[in-house]
Design a protein around this ligand. Structure first.
Ligand code: ADP
Ligand code: ASP
Ligand code: MG
Length: 469
């Protein structure tokens, strides 16, 4: 079989983790599979690189030097997985050091110019993946496995939207055939950088935070892979985030549509954009645990399984803001909703949830809190006349809110689900700020205050008996 395996940040962050990665890959290789291994940066590295670049823009270059030392120290620790005094370890450290030189130079330039362009940020934020690919390749080579490092900038061709680029399907397929398939045909294990790509003109881009999952499915589609395996630090997709509810259980099977809802609404285990390429090419995905490789995890396919449970999972997206536009004169303003959302769209912000009361006296929608100031300014400009005439009262923001989503294909047509959700919350006096139901009926989403979020997740999880007995 042709298999894409993606290892996330925590799967490569320690000697023990790298040893597991080594064994997982070795086993699949010895079983005769053709393998593409997509790797992320070590956990926390991308955050550090980005912070340093932002601090450099603000005039402080010292953070960049600190980050250099920290990242170098982490690699020095993890490369201990390689045999002592080996030239391989020295070569990896040399490579890491060269990229970190580049990083410091870039941060210096940013500090001098006082400007961090989206393009420069993409170059910097993708450095962690580039370092790690060399490390993982060396680790495999040390076990006599025929691994070769390949940069995704040679494979994934994207548009020029820095920070959230979209792949160009035909171009990516062609590049992948040219630059990746020959290695696979020669029996090599291709180790590819997650998260990054390049435009047709060769400018480096990134696919959005957490985007290595997306890299894996983009390559899976380009190669018509038989399976995509996403290795992380949990036993597959669970009934909720196990960090919030320790009794959360693995969901053995999910459809693309269901996992799409879960990922979109905050189940961090899979990037929401990663589902589409797999779904289009109908490639099954397995979500697996690097630290418990025998666990079956979750199988994602087009099949919708009715496991007798209407609700399969509950998720939360934190740090959201609810923006409300209200006014008794709203009824008379033609196209107010259209104008509102096109103004928001022009800022490049995505709206995660919308609800409009039927009286047409208010529209409210959710955006990430970090994006709310930009959105408010755009709306004030667009609706200036209506605000001045008092047709609209005001535009308000409530920060520190959370979207909860209750997901499951069996909810379609099952009456009484919402009543149970709201009943469970009401009994514990948790106030629901807004509600929306997706037309797919695979999900009900609601908004609560950030302080209530974890309790609300637990209550819903219990109400539907999702946890371990
Ligand atoms: P990686 O570095 O492997 O990409 P992430 O940190 O991006 O891993 O995603 C894995 C994390 O997602 C888990 O550690 C878990 O805390 C979190 N998570 C949130 N919701 C869920 C869920 N429903 N099922 C499994 N994990 C979840
Ligand atoms: N390293 C990148 C990030 O932290 C991509 C990923 O982990 O998937 O966003
Ligand atoms: Mg991730």
């Amino acid at each position: 079989m042709k298999i894409i395996m993606k290892f996330g940040g925590t799967s490569v962050g320690s000697v023990a983790a790298l040893q597991n990665v080594q064994q997982i890959i070795e086993k699949a290789h010895r079983a005769g599979h053709s393998l593409v291994v997509v790797v992320s940066a070590m956990s926390g590295v991308t955050d550090k690189l980005i912070t340093a670049a932002q601090q450099a823009e603000a005039g402080d270059e010292t953070i960049a030097h600190e980050v250099r030392r920290e990242v170098e120290a982490r690699h020095a620790e993890t490369t201990l997985v390689l045999p002592g005094e080996s030239p391989a370890r020295a070569a990896v450290m040399q490579y890491v050091s060269t990229l970190l030189d580049e990083f410091e130079l870039l941060c210096h330039g940013i500090r001098v110019l006082g400007e961090l362009t989206p393009r420069a940020l993409d170059v910097i934020s993708g450095l962690g993946e580039r370092m790690n690919v060399q490390q993982v390749t060396a680790v495999l080579n040390a076990r006599q496995l025929p691994a070769v490092a390949i940069s995704a900038t040679q494979l994934i061709v994207t548009d020029g939207r820095h920070g959230a680029a979209t792949p160009l399907v035909a171009e990516t397929a062609q590049k992948t055939q040219e630059n990746l398939s020959p290695a696979l045909d020669a029996g090599k294990i291709a180790v590819v950088t997650g998260f990054i790509g390049a435009t047709v003109a060769g400018a480096p881009t990134t696919l959005g935070r957490g985007g290595s999952d997306y890299s894996a499915t983009i390559l899976g589609r380009a190669l018509a892979a038989d399976e995509i395996r996403i290795w992380s630090d949990v036993n597959g997709v669970m009934t909720t985030d196990p960090r919030i509810v320790p009794t959360a259980c693995t969901i053995p099977r999910l459809s693309y549509v269901e996992v799409g809802e879960l990922a979109y609404f905050g189940a961090k285990v899979l990037h929401p954009r990663a589902i589409r390429p797999a779904r289009q090419a109908n490639i099954p995905m397995r979500m697996l645990n690097t630290f418990a490789p025998e666990h079956l995890g979750t199988l994602i396919s087009s099949a919708i399984e009715r496991n007798g449970r209407a609700v399969k999972a509950v998720t939360a997206i934190k740090d959201m803001s609810i923006i409300t536009i209200a006014g008794t004169g709203m009824m008379g303003i033609p196209g107010v909703a259209g104008r509102t959302f096109s103004a928001v769209a022009h800022t490049g912000t995505s709206v995660l949830m919308i609800s409009q009361a039927s009286s047409e006296q208010s529209i409210c929608f959710m955006v990430k809190s970090a994006e709310s100031p930009t959105v408010i300014n755009a709306l004030k400009a667009e609706l200036a006349r209506e605000l001045e005439r008092r047709d609209l009262d005001e535009i308000t923001v409530q920060a520190e809110t959370v979207i909860l989503a209750v997901v499951g294909a069996g909810m379609k047509g099952t009456p009484g689900i919402s009543a149970r959700v709201f009943g469970a919350l009401g009994q514990h006096r948790i106030n629901v700020i807004a509600i929306a139901q997706g037309s797919s009926e695979y999900n009900i989403s609601l908004v609560v205050a950030q302080g209530d979020a974890n309790t609300a997740v637990r209550l819903i999880h219990d109400e539907f008996g999702l946890g371990k007995a």
